[in-house]
Design a protein around this ligand. Structure first.
Ligand SMILES: C[S@@+](CC[C@H](N)C(=O)[O-])C[C@H]1O[C@@H](n2cnc3c(N)ncnc32)[C@H](O)[C@@H]1O
Length: 368
């Protein structure tokens, strides 16, 4: 399995973002090799990979929420009671444990003499034993056989051991990153938070889809707390960034949250249906459309989408891109039929706080 001299990392992102995360990894990391891609339905997209880059470079990935080092990988775990015995034995005998522990400490983590560890267990597929029993089998094997002394705890662990049984494939990994990677600091790195704020990793994936270029005039016309604009600022050079929102409260939040963004940034109170920009002035739009819950009546949403798309067709230059996140994708597609100037180039089904949503990559065509 891969290059035995290098650690195997497990990285996680939000469901549906695995392919976009891999596209970032394949450009940001040195000699990346994907060993497997897996899903924990409703929870995570998981990639197992190796790279010549040092561990700390994985923490800089914007489309990834958590980084782990693999300590055990085994196949053909039985769904019958015998499976628990197999799990126990494989965790005990895994040849990857010492190097995983080395990677763990080399990444700046501590392994005290008595190491407190916590086990997080997930399972897909059907087994005759409960999920909890999988974690217990792993915990017993760790205490029995891993180097040093290990004590199972519920909280304040030195090490988080994440156990996933992907049907019959067992993966045990030690968490290297902490919550600051996932949330980019408190409240998603935002000074001011609002209820519909986007998860930074989703914003980062959307920004990647805009294909960031140095001459970008980038607009989020419904910017809320500014997550998309903040991610665009990090993604590379740009000509101009514009964060707009209709709500006064949102504009206040934007002013606070985007204060460290350098370069040409404008924060404006505006109506996405009546934009203060010339025809073709904008090259890229990334936007998180209000979900149905935020308006009173479904027709209102259709009207809003129609008005907004009409303006975006006008202000986005031919060849420009619109990346839109929506929960009600059928409504968006219906509205888009009114605009032959737009063409959908891709769509990504994702989960946003347990709710199904879609990221659409839309091109403003050159002609018509
Ligand atoms: C889903 S939230 C955006 C959240 C944002 N992506 C974030 O991470 O904070 C939708 C935003 O659209 C704004 N909005 C709704 N109708 C608008 C309109 N006609 N023009 C501009 N903004 C509008 C709301 O005020 C709200 O902030």
């Amino acid at each position: 399995m891969g290059d035995a001299t290098r650690p195997v990392y497990l990285v996680q992102t939000q469901p549906g973002l695995g392919a976009l995360a891999w596209s970032e990894m394949s450009t940001a990391l040195r000699k990346p090799t994907v060993l497997a891609q897996r899903h924990v339905p409703q929870k995570d997209d998981v990639t197992l990979l190796q790279t010549a880059s040092p561990t700390k470079e994985l923490f800089d990935l914007r489309t990834v929420e958590d980084v782990f080092v693999l300590a055990v990988r085994a196949f053909n775990i039985a769904p019958t009671a015998n499976g628990l015995k197999q799990i126990h034995t494989t965790v005990k005998q895994s040849p990857m444990v010492s190097s995983a522990l080395n990677t763990y400490t080399a990444a700046g983590n501590r392994l005290p003499k008595i190491t407190n560890f916590r086990v997080i267990t997930r399972a897909t597929g059907r087994q005759e034993y409960p999920r909890k029993a999988i974690g217990e089998a792993v915990a017993d094997a760790i205490r029995d056989s891993w180097p040093g002394r290990w004590r199972l705890v519920e909280e304040d662990a030195d090490v988080e051991v994440w156990v996933t049984l992907f049907a019959s494939e067992l993966v045990v990994a030690l968490r290297l990153s902490d919550a600051t990677m996932r949330h980019r600091g408190p409240d998603g790195g935002r000074e001011v938070n609002r209820p519909a704020a986007l998860r930074p990793v989703i914003a980062a994936a959307m920004v990647r889809l805009t294909d960031p270029q140095a001459d970008d005039v980038f607009l989020d016309p419904m910017a809320g707390t500014g997550t998309l604009v903040a991610e665009r600022a990090i993604a590379g050079p740009f000509d101009r960034l514009i964060a707009g929102d209709k709500s006064r409260e949102a504009v206040k939040a934007l002013t606070k949250n985007l204060q460290t963004v350098g370069g040409d940034l404008a924060i404006r109170r505006l109506d996405a249906e009546d934009l203060p920009f010339a025809d073709g002035e904008i090259s890229k739009i990334a936007v998180n459309l209000p979900f149905g819950k935020q308006v009173n009546h479904p027709d209102e949403l259709t009207m809003l989408y129609q008005g907004a798309f009409r303006e975006w067709v006008r202000v986005v230059r031919p060849g420009g891109l619109i990346v839109a996140l929506a929960s009600d994708i059928d409504r968006v597609r219906e509205v888009m039929r009114l605009f032959p100037e737009l063409r959908v180039r891709g769509n990504y089904a994702i989960g946003v706080l347990g709710q199904a949503a879609t990221i659409l990559l839309i091109e403003r065509k050159n002609s018509s």
